[in-house]
Design a protein around this ligand. Structure first.
Ligand code: AMP
Length: 214
């Protein structure tokens, strides 16, 4: 099942993508995660992307499309995938459709997660990620027992560099201008499923599975 997750930063799509990926047994593919790994590895791609990511702007389409093609054509994607954070504009959506049709495949469903800006700001501002095991916490909704220590492995909890107020506001603006129009793109194709992103993660998972007929 080839799925796209559409939603603003802070809509909880990453959390749900991880849960649904385990439930359906298909890989969770996040270009943001791939880019952060490239930055960590100090690669050429990481060097190019870092200043753009720090501002909350979009990395150029040609680079993202090439990166995603490389990932989607790997063997573990044959049974389907969840794309979390791609496509993020019309050019990427068209590029994805062309890429998939070249592989005799297509987008099956686009799940859109809707949240208020207030909810998104709270989720992103409170988000802390373990620097060792990658576990997610939130100072407001899922607080760690000790403020900057991971409950699971004892690693140090960090705030993402682009989770600051100024960058969050730009990311929300970029989402509204570039990504939100994709709602119409997939609606016209009869592929859009809307889910209330403000529900608890487990409830969102149940809703998503029900909507997908699972
Ligand atoms: P995310 O982890 O999805 O919040 O993405 C973090 C950052 O990576 C974004 O703010 C962009 O700078 C970059 N990025 C992630 N996905 C894309 C994409 N599909 N197109 C362009 N830039 C992206």
């Amino acid at each position: 099942m080839n799925l796209i997750f559409l939603g603003s930063p802070g809509s909880g799509k990453g959390t749900l993508a991880k849960l649904l990926s385990s439930a359906l047994g298909v890989p969770h593919i996040s270009p943001g995660d791939i880019l952060r790994e490239e930055v960590k590895q100090n690669s050429e791609l990481g060097h190019m992307a870092l200043p753009i990511m720090k501002k909350g702007d979009l990395v150029p389409d040609e680079i993202i499309l090439k990166m995603m093609k490389k990932r989607i054509t790997q063997a573990d994607c044959l049974g389907g995938f969840i794309l979390d954070g791609f496509p993020r504009n019309r050019a990427q959506a068209i590029g994805l459709d062309e890429m998939l049709s070249g592989l005799d495949r297509s987008v099956i469903w686009t799940l859109q997660f809707e949240v208020s800006d207030e909810c998104a700001l709270k989720r992103l501002g409170g988000r802390r990620i373990c620097s060792v095991c990658g576990a997610d916490f939130n100072l407001f909704t899922k607080p760690p027992k000790n403020s900057d220590i991971c409950d699971i492995c004892g690693g140090k909890l960090l705030q993402r560099a682009d989770d600051t107020d100024e960058v969050i506001l730009n990311r929300l603006k970029v989402y509204r201008q570039e990504t939100l129009p994709l709602e119409e793109y997939y609606k016209r194709q009869g592929k859009l499923i809307r889910i209330n992103g403000e529900l608890e993660a487990e409830v969102r998972l149940t809703e998503a599975l029900k909507a997908l007929g699972k």
